[in-house]
Design a protein around this ligand. Sequence first.
Ligand SMILES: *Cc1c(COP(=O)(O)O)cnc(C)c1O
Length: 391
Amino acid sequence: MVDSYKKIISDIKDEGLYKAERTITSTQNIEISTEQDSNVLNFCANNYLGLANNQEIIATAKKALDDYGFGMASVRFICGTQTVHKNLEKVISHYFSSDDTILYTSCFDANGGLFETLLTDKDAVISDSLNHASIIDGIRLCKAERFRYKNSDMEDLEKQLRNSQNANIRMIATDGVFSMDGYIAKLDQITVLAKKYDALVMVDDCHATGFLGKTGRGSAEYHNVMDKIDLWTSTLGKALGGASGGFTTGKKELIDILRQRSRPYLFSNTLSPSIAAAGIKAFEMLSDSTLLRDKLEKNTKYFRSEITKIGFDIKKGTHPIVPIMIYNAKIAQQMASDLLEEGIYVVGFFYPVVPKDEARIRVQISAAMSKKHIDHAISAFEKAGKRFKII
Ligand SMILES: *Cc1c(COP(=O)(O)O)cnc(C)c1O
């Protein structure tokens, strides 16, 4: 029996899609070491604000180990709720100016437990075609009728909203930022359509919470529509320290129901208290000051302008995800490995993760990068780009 899986694995390898993992031997940081390479610069982490190795956050987590212990060994509604969990929920609600928040151990779980709980077979969900795997899986679990619109295509969204008018409740579900392109969802227009067709709006803001928008509240703040979103899901596993943990925040009635019926919340262990305490610290730091998101914005502008100046095509925009278009899958792969030899850790993305002939190297900028780090990356890209005759 197991032999049939061997065949699948060798097929994956034959297609060049087998994923090997690089093992990091240092902390997660801009300057890292791996089992193969020492002193490389990490340009592919979701460590947007550099909090993955922030000393204040580490100190907070250590203190929480003493104050609250290691683990809860329980789901929330039996004996898995401590003051840190309630406090983190309050801090997140305050950050989003939302009514209430429910924690999950990941955003994958937040999305997995959302649609099935809030939508029945009399309802409809209208989903962007480029939504994250966890939204897609969450929607698969629910019985609502499914409608899909082309990525950020507002005409198509309106068409799907018209097609779903017979449903009782309609919910539009979108990523706040599409991670392969660094494009920000058109929440200004989505919320207008939602009002016109009386639909709820759910935004997964994993690649935006903490840094996008002028005070870091995310894609809705970027579009100035914070008060028009019904539900956000997001993660503590990216900009907010990068450990793990997710949440859903929004309208009180919706969060109440999730707390009663959402399966990953009811049937999975609660977040460890040290992570909850560190999450509070991260949100407090970002509420007190916009210095980190400002630095990230400045670094992103600088990188985007320099990489364009030396002749690369990038997906235009303002997000710290910067897709550098190589187009050819093989070259993208070879160039990523050349860049690693130059001390820059980046990854090539190609079909089926992105459309055919749109292979790219996706760079992610961080507030923890210095000008020197970025200049090093630019000169490595220049050298590799010339070698492969791309620039
Ligand atoms: C990373 C990501 C997730 C998963 O978050 P975890 O907390 O790591 O489970 C979900 N949605 C989007 C859009 C993401 O980018």
